[in-house]
Ligand binder design. Sequence first.
Ligand code: HAM
Length: 422
Amino acid sequence: MNYNRPRGTYDLMDQDIINFRTVEQVLRTIADLYTYREIKTPMFEHADLFKKSVGEESDIVIKEFYNFTDKGGREIALRPEGTASAIRALVESKKLVSSTLLTKWYYFGEMFRYERPQSGRQRQFHQFGIECVGDFNEYDEVEIIMFATNILHSLKITNYELEINNIGSNASRMKYIEVLKEYFKKHIDELSEDSKRRLEKNPLRILDDKEDGVKDFVKNAPTLDQYLTEEENAYFKRITALLDQFEIKYKVNKNLVRGLDYYNGIVFEFVSKDEALTAQSTLIGGGRYDSLVKQTGGPDVKGIGFGLGVERIIIAMGQDNPLFTPAQVDVILLPFSENALNISYTISNILRLGNGISCNISNKTFKPDKHFKYVDKFNCKYAMIIKDELIKNDKVLLKDQATRNEEELTLEAAIEKIKTNC
Ligand code: HAM
């Protein structure tokens, strides 16, 4: 019986897993630099958590949900995103009691969405996300965008555009939604089936729908800023002024609403211009949410954050990205006798544990040609030749695989050389 992996999933190995780990490491390092603390939540939650936060009418809940009834009769969902879970965990552990304290969290883990798989879109994918919760101001909000910009910079991704919008408060948006419904009703015949379904409950999503969003009547629809209060428009101006001041390039996209119900105020997306990602171009998406914490049973504090798809980011980095270096073995030990083989294991311990040098031992042969064939299978910096006559003099022969230079050295001197060059 042969088994294939489920559609929309993938296996990671060889260079791909090295690249994945590199990206994970960079993300974690940046999160540390911004003093964000890690939070790890379960991969499944009560389905209701996502219905109430991401939205009953969102694509994520209607089309993409991996939900099921467990043996105890509870409706469970594999998490489709990290924000709702993180906020649930923070509220549940009473980490958000004070509204004045700013708490900063990041997560890295698998998410699940039943989507049509294509390049940069899987059914199981990894998200790195951050959530900043508490009493933040415009500077904090702009710092979140800077954080995202710095991630792309650190990963050497340059071919992208930052789009931002202000979707205002719930009250302003409600007024606008009524106007929008009336407008789209006049164009009902031009709407896709998806948009027709959204018209009554979620007409905002028609604006940034991949299919309908490019049509002229959608581009010319009334815009939300006309229905925002003066204060809301002034707040957005302060944000864009700070972005200008910090020389962060952006484009205001008045049709950007994002597909998750919890947002209000500023929303943003970092959109790739890379051809490899034409259909799935949003690398990072985020925004502010003022009611989610309270709605999840916590205090009346606001939050802001973003999430990025690790697999999508790896595609955008490109195969020639200088961060994607092949795995290197520092040393391979080549013993030329039974005694040398035995001693190789003691040496390997000294190399690995005492000195952090990666190594393995060619232990199936004492023949030079077979040894060197073995070494060629690895991207190896040095070969360490161990022979009885060398052992007698407390020496090893260290061969630089790139230059082919060989040097007789004491083990201590060989270790110093390896540590300097690896
Ligand atoms: P989102 O826009 O739904 O936002 O997802 C964030 C990112 O996850 C996307 O920009 C994309 O890179 C990646 N992503 C989403 N779906 C897939 C998929 N099927 N395959 C590969 N990558 C995918 C959120 O999830 C919000 N929780 C972000 C947030 C955090 N907002 C505030 N805080």
